[in-house]
Design a protein around this ligand. Sequence first.
Ligand code: GCO
Ligand code: MG
Length: 402
Amino acid sequence: MKITEIDVFVSCPGRNFVTVRVRTDEGLTGFGDATLNGRELAVAAYLREHVAPCLIGRDPFRSEDIWHYLYRGAYWRRGPVTMAAIAGIDTALWDIKAKAAGMPLYQLLGGAARDKVLCYTHAQGREISEAVDAMGARLDQGYSAVRVQVGIPGLANVYGTGANTVTNTAADNALPPEETWSTAKYLPRIPQLFDALRAAHGDEVHLLHDSHHRLTPIEAARLGRDLEPYRLFWLEDMVPAENQEGFRLIRQHTTTPLAVGEVFNTIWDAKLLIEEQLIDYIRATCVHAGGPTALRRIMDFAGLHHVRTGCHGAADMSPICLGANLHLDLWAPNFGIQEYSGYTDEMLSVFPHAWRFADGYLHPGDAPGHGVEFDETEAAKHPYQRAFLPVNRLEDGTLWHW
Ligand code: GCO
Ligand code: MG
């Protein structure tokens, strides 16, 4: 079999998605997600100009060799643009391989290690009472694990706190919005939130929270310790993780489980965190960590060190990424949980899918391949719109992490 054609589509059914389509001389077609929120066209150009021409005529079954051709062969390794591009190709090649075998992708990885995939979704509110109610609505939908965020008194609507966690759609943002952050205002609010959540919803449900990399290690340690009575499933992205050693300090102070890694591109971003068991969950995901070839390697390495998986699954990665993740989730011996913030009907109209949701669990389905297709005609109705993630500043104007 030979690769005959590689096309890249950037569509915006509510959010921008970069989709790779690989066609072969035997009529099999594979799809991959290459979305990088706020930097979509950079990946599309990388794929069209620097990747696609090099792969025409190659054997699509040699996905391992093609992965290394794109990673080592480029000389310039790692980085979000490169790795999203590699992921787009790699995911499409695994899709082709599994379609050729007539099997769902998880069978090629080693088969199902569980019957279904536990997932968590999002709930948020400006006020604690709103967040408590929003979580109640999620429990009514069948979820047993919810990431809860709340507005911070004295701060305007900051991304990932109150109501606007997933609403920065393309239309809202011609240029990046600038938001104001204060850790001093945030830190006392979060234990109050979890106190109210446990009081309203009991001890059985799994509670998660995301700090969006905004804290210092000692602030993160304080928050982890303050939240211990509420026994969180995890506390996510407490500090920027370029400096992996920062987690040693957090770890020394708290037994709250720690998760990080949605912005990681390769195993090298997490090597020390995993080897030293400084985290409990690794958040790397198919599209940003180089596709199934690289992600399963990260998962296996994590498994050796008691670290479980918790793939990033927000709605700004396309349904193809979620579909591929679900096959890895079903297989991984050290699976932990899968994020699932859900997609709108408009988004799903572009990506017909085989996965199913019931009672707080997902299953990738048994269609050959990863089970997510791409409707080119539907996508053409939703052209790309420039959109950015917000920028975060402290109250004195200092540009800050988020
Ligand atoms: C999450 C994430 C998202 C990211 C978004 C960035 O845990 O789901 O933090 O909210 O901010 O995916 O593009
Ligand atoms: Mg996050």
